[in-house]
Design a binder for this molecule. Structure first.
Ligand SMILES: C[S@@+](CC[C@H](N)C(=O)[O-])C[C@H]1O[C@@H](n2cnc3c(N)ncnc32)[C@H](O)[C@@H]1O
Length: 216
């Protein structure tokens, strides 16, 4: 679906074009959740696909606020409809490039957890620059995370995992690594319980996962 035909899905879904320009200032969780209690943890999922993780985790954790950022119109529409059907007051969806959004709009030290699950691997070398995780995006995730905030990573893709490992090894100044703990909503034996995990699990693929804790 093209951007032009996206319906007005507020209060659950926002289009990047509805946001104030980055020059007018950063926009935090209170932009999407007006009147929220600022002590509530704010979490961002990058590339939320069909919204499975968001719906499960937000249902399980009503005391947390979640923003799903998705840059494919059909998945944005699907997940926004799903969140709206569940009546989830603690989830908002944003149709945007998540790296651009984090870089230009998200305030410093405002996010408790950034979730990045089964990110597109872009296997060809000439496309590696399109991968979400880069040194520059790691610096931005570090900037927007609160003290001891977390970046959680899961993938099935060996080459992408090698890319993550190299970035993590070169980013000890920003993050300390710890073992990935499945979220509250993960099912029995699941790592995180996204749509892609379930699909790949049926194919018998193994997964890689890590949690990076903000230093400093
Ligand atoms: C392979 S799918 C995984 C979806 C979901 N996380 C899961 O595990 O089921 C990757 C998703 O990330 C989205 N995506 C890729 N790059 C993105 C970006 N820069 N900003 C927002 N979404 C992005 C894609 O459109 C796609 O829906």
């Amino acid at each position: 679906m093209s951007e032009r035909t996206l319906p007005d899905l507020r209060p659950w879904g926002w289009n990047q074009r509805d946001l104030p320009t980055p020059e007018s200032g950063k926009i935090g969780a209170d932009f999407f959740f007006s009147g929220r209690d600022s002590s509530r943890p704010y979490e961002i999922e990058i590339g939320s696909g069909k919204g499975t993780f968001l719906v499960q985790e937000a249902t399980r954790c009503p005391e947390r606020d979640f923003l799903g950022v998705e840059n494919a119109g059909e998945f944005f529409r699907h997940s926004t409809d799903r969140v709206s059907r569940h009546g989830l007051k603690n989830v908002r969806m944003l149709y945007a490039n998540a790296v651009e959004f984090v870089t230009h709009w998200v305030p410093d030290r405002s996010v408790a957890i950034v979730h990045l699950y089964f990110s597109d691997p872009w296997p060809k070398a000439r496309h590696h620059k399109r991968r979400v995780l880069q040194r520059t995006s790691l610096e931005q995730f570090h900037r927007v995370l609160q003290a001891s905030g977390e970046l959680r990573l899961v993938t099935d893709h060996d080459d992408l995992w090698q890319w993550y490992e190299e970035l993590i090894a070169a980013s000890h100044d920003l993050f300390t690594r710890k073992e990935f703990a499945p979220p509250a909503s993960a099912g029995e034996g699941e790592v995180v319980g996204t749509n892609f995990e379930r699909k790949y699990r049926r194919e018998g693929r193994p997964f890689h996962a890590a949690t990076l804790i903000k230093r400093g």
